[in-house]
Design a protein around this ligand. Structure first.
Ligand code: ADP
Ligand code: MG
Length: 245
């Protein structure tokens, strides 16, 4: 198992947002997380990358086991070396070019020298089909192109696991396809990924495993066929019915 997550708990004040969430990932797996708004999907992903600190739970990642609630700085740095996050709203720096956005995590974050970081950054931009836009600022790019920069930035970190939080939900429908096709290419190359999305066709075609969350717990999980085509739980059925209308 590349990554094993056990017993993740998180509250904001007295609002319990995650209650005992578990997940196991093998190398090359694509796990899709489905669930209604407010079910805790973003919080769960953020806890995996220490963008948010869980109140309880453990993570085993590539052989190292850590406590998510009491990880040391060194352990957090080690997890951040092995995971990378793609944000719903891209989170690009407006005053930096595409290439600078992609290399910043390598230079400022990891102390890599600029020339080496730029070589890696250009490769990552090429991978998402944006090498010729390396010198453009976010405002000069479409939403789909900005999100591809966001993916390139994550790829440049050479993570073991890529975490996507609704990568297409800020995009106009006609731009969604270009992002999904980048993710599908990564899946075909056996990149290990956890993807929160509402794109059901993508979830069915590309996932190795689907998790349905509601109210901070995993309600149901299994193969795409099991969860999407023959859900067992009433909450899963009610959620999916909205997409089949
Ligand atoms: P999802 O991504 O499934 O829509 P979230 O993880 O964003 O769900 O949110 C789960 C719940 O936690 C929601 O009720 C949300 O309002 C709450 N929440 C998320 N982040 C915070 C925060 N930083 N402070 C307080 N409440 C939060
Ligand atoms: Mg969310």
């Amino acid at each position: 198992m590349l990554m094993q997550i056990r017993g993740v708990r998180k509250s904001f004040g007295d609002h319990e947002v995650l209650r005992d969430v578990n997940m196991a990932l093998d190398r090359g797996d694509v796990i899709t997380i489905l669930g209604p708004s407010g079910s805790g999907k973003t919080t769960f992903l953020r806890c995996l990358n220490f963008l948010e600190q869980a109140d309880g739970g453990t993570m085993e990642l590539a052989g190292d086991k850590i406590n998510l609630a009491s990880a040391s700085k060194k352990e957090i740095a080690s997890v951040r070396k092995k995971t990378a996050f793609v944000f719903q709203n891209y989170n690009l720096f407006a005053n930096k070019t595409a290439l600078e956005n992609v290399t910043l995590g390598l230079t400022a974050g990891r102390g890599m020298d600029k020339a080496k970081a730029e070589a890696i950054g250009r490769k990552a931009l090429e991978k998402v089909g944006l090498l010729e836009r390396a010198g453009y600022y976010p405002a000069q790019l479409s939403g789909g192109q900005q999100q591809r920069v966001g993916i390139a930035r994550a790829l440049a970190l050479n993570p073991e696991v890529l975490l996507f939080d609704e990568p297409t939900s800020a995009l106009d429908p006609e731009l969604t396809g270009e992002i999904l096709s980048v993710i599908k290419t990564l899946a075909s190359e056996k990149m290990t990924m956890v993807v929160v999305t509402h794109e059901m066709a993508f979830a069915r075609d590309t996932s190795s495993h689907i998790i349905f969350m509601d109210g901070g717990v995993i309600v149901e999980q299994g193969s795409p066929k099991d969860v999407i085509d023959s859900p067992k739980e009433a909450r899963t059925k009610a959620f999916l019915a909205r997409f089949n209308a």
